[in-house]
Design a protein around this ligand. Structure first.
Ligand SMILES: [Zn+2]
Ligand SMILES: [Zn+2]
Length: 360
């Protein structure tokens, strides 16, 4: 491919002509302004390559004398066949660069063999707190693109051989733009001139069909709220041999009525009667695995915390990181209804004069 043609320049173009042409084309084809447009991206890379050679006097001279690049431009399989002066278009009005090369650089989706990986799928599921501790299994219904069975994912069906209609059996297509004639290997038959395939009707040539599937997912023990579980290869199917995407499940863990989780520790608020806190007590507490006991020392205050080592979230991954159960005391006054208790409290007050708010 002629670098001057790529930039739309005469051989006699000056360095500032080269720069101007590059700026103009780069503005038009830069991938940043044409996101996802493979055609623009490939034009842009050719334009940039042409600019790199022609803007460097040494490289340009080497190119001019040889008429080609030693390291030839990749992928494009078309040839420039010379000029055709039968057309009526003339000068700059004939065509812009984009018009000129749009057909050349466009590749047929079905014909190009580039594998495309399937995209990932994202779903969320809700499980109970206890399930998050034990681990669980769920069947989730996934709407995904599956491989089309009719064409086994190829998008094409083999048929009785015939002559390729696109190139009339010649294997090449030829077309005229402005004064120039191009030809290229026919993308429909890959240059063979024969037609052996037709697009699959079921998937319209894409190789994939929309389907719905029930997928069994194992949720590992210890998963925290917001945690993500990856199920490999259960996303959308890949195209033309590309990898299938993955399925990601975001796990929402329902709150537990008693425990709240912080990392691997579990927190529990424990109601403690005033007399238990004052005199000390052994109190039974709920834990994940049945019941446990803690000893509250005499004089315990509300808000004080006690740790039961290793009684938090179990060590599911074998890293010796089992969490603790953190018990926070909340002082509670028992309902005092009988006269005897009131009398005792009055006596208690007389014996313990002093203001608990003395720091105020
Ligand atoms: Zn198909
Ligand atoms: Zn053909």
């Amino acid at each position: 491919m002629d670098l001057y043609i790529i930039l739309g320049l005469e051989r006699s173009a000056t360095l500032s002509d080269v720069r101007r042409a590059y700026r103009r084309l780069a503005r038009k084809y830069h991938p940043g302004i044409n996101p996802g447009d493979r055609n623009s991206a490939s034009v842009f890379s050719r334009v940039t390559e042409a600019y790199q050679v022609l803007s460097d006097p040494e490289q340009r001279q080497r190119y001019d004398s040889r008429g080609s690049l030693t390291d030839t431009l990749p992928e494009s399989s078309f040839e420039f066949q010379g000029f055709d002066f039968s057309g009526s278009a003339e000068g700059e009005a004939a065509s812009t660069f984009g018009d000129l090369f749009a057909d050349v650089l466009r590749t047929d989706d079905r014909a190009d063999g580039v594998a495309a990986d399937g995209t990932d799928l994202h779903l969320s599921i809700r499980i109970s707190f206890n399930e998050s501790m034990r681990g669980t299994e769920r069947a989730v219904t996934v709407a995904r693109l599956n491989r089309c069975d009719d064409c086994r994912g190829s998008g094409a069906l083999r048929m009785v051989e015939g002559r390729c209609a696109a190139c009339r059996g010649t294997g090449r297509v030829r077309w005229v733009r402005g004064h120039m004639v191009f030809s290229r290997t026919c993308v429909h038959c890959g240059g063979s001139g024969r037609q052996e395939h037709r697009a699959c009707l079921r998937c319209e040539g894409s190789g994939a069909v929309q389907g719905s599937e029930s997928v069994r997912v194992r949720i590992p023990a210890g998963v925290d709220d917001g945690g993500r579980v990856r199920v490999p290869k259960r996303g959308h199917v890949g195209r033309r041999g590309g990898r299938p995407g993955d399925l990601y499940l975001t796990v929402e863990v329902e709150p537990h009525p008693l425990f709240t989780r912080e990392g691997n520790d579990l927190h529990l608020v424990l109601p403690v009667a005033v007399h238990e806190a004052a005199l000390g007590a052994k109190i039974e507490v709920p834990t994940l695995d049945g019941r446990g006991n803690i000893r509250i020392p005499p004089g315990t205050q509300s808000g004080q915390r006690f740790r039961l080592r290793g009684r938090g979230v179990p060590d599911f991954r074998g890293r010796n990181h089992a969490g603790d159960l953190v018990v926070e005391v909340r002082l509670v006054l028992p309902r005092v209804v009988d006269e005897r208790s009131k009398a005792l409290l009055r006596e208690f007050a007389e014996l313990n004069e002093g203001n608990v708010r003395e720091d105020f």
